[in-house]
Design a protein around this ligand. Sequence first.
Ligand SMILES: Nc1ncnc2c1ncn2[C@@H]1O[C@H](COP(=O)(O)OP(=O)(O)OP(=O)(O)O)[C@@H](O)[C@H]1O
Ligand SMILES: O=P(O)(O)OC[C@H]1O[C@](O)(CO)[C@@H](O)[C@@H]1O
Length: 333
Amino acid sequence: MIVTLTANPSLDRTVALNGTLARGAVLRTTGTTVDPGGKGINVARVLRRAGLDVLAVLPADHGDPLLTALDERALPYVAVATSGPARNNITIAEPDGTTTKLNEPGHTCTGRTLGELHTAVLNAACGATWAVLCGSLPPGIPDTWYADLVTAMRSLGCRVAVDTSEAPLLALAEQLPTSAPDLIKPNSDELAQLTGADATALEAGAAAGDLGPVIDAGQVLVQRGVGAVLATLGAAGAVLVTSEGAWHASTTSATVRSTVGAGDSSLAGYLVAEQAGELPGECLRHAVAYGSAAVALPGTELPGPESVDPSAVRITEFQDRPEPPAHVLPSHP
Ligand SMILES: Nc1ncnc2c1ncn2[C@@H]1O[C@H](COP(=O)(O)OP(=O)(O)OP(=O)(O)O)[C@@H](O)[C@H]1O
Ligand SMILES: O=P(O)(O)OC[C@H]1O[C@](O)(CO)[C@@H](O)[C@@H]1O
């Protein structure tokens, strides 16, 4: 079983525009959809659709519309009582696929909820193959929580994947190698936050086909104890770096309707292949196949295996790369 933790779940409301988003204007919408959201929930939904055994752990009160939405999608979950309804995150989707997100901070998590969430996720992780810790932390949860959880999970025998950003990600970086997860899924901004690399250089390089800076940054994390770095690069695909090597995966450009949940789908795709015993390059292939399938779907609609085409993904393997140059070594900790 794979356990996902979503400390800050959401109801994702996607508003589609029939033109470009213009600040200060009155705009007509063409449709609104509402989906359960939050990174761990999205990962769990994709894994479940692919036929894997999953359990989503989250804070939510009985009767919360978020739980009704999970029930409607038959997603198995453990919900810990909390102090208010799940936040509402808004996506503004333009016809050309440009996606603007407005994410609420979430309700303050009390000490009691935090304690129960901690116990629930550690209990669920006992006997699981993977625990996937994802997304932002709501007010009331210390930035070091994911780092502490990874450390606590080391003795449980389950592997740990992390996909977060900003302060919780920096706290994780500061506690490496003690807090090193088996898998981390940064996008280019997050990879820059983790390593001190220049985000613009990572993005520009990847867009121009120069993956050296991304691979160098991934190697920095592997040297600090991270098992595998799955760096997603938007339209440029994704790079996987492990102690065994580095791979890049890309597809021909997909029709982009909404990028919401693309990164979560990539992480789930990687795990689908990993759980099927595939080698790293194939896990990466599935990550990009699932990510590109997700961007073709509206709102937080997520792909099932029927809409995923791994054969359309091209893999390049990089061998015998030198040690990363000193300029990407992080300024922190
Ligand atoms: N514009 C795009 N065109 C084609 N594929 C894309 C595009 N954007 C994303 N993807 C696919 O989705 C994957 C994940 O995207 P991205 O790197 O944007 O993740 P992310 O920033 O973590 O996303 P999010 O946080 O919104 O879930 C990419 O590796 C790629 O396969
Ligand atoms: O926890 P964060 O970083 O605010 O992100 C949550 C948002 O990201 C998503 O999980 C997509 O990656 C949405 O479903 C959700 O609205």
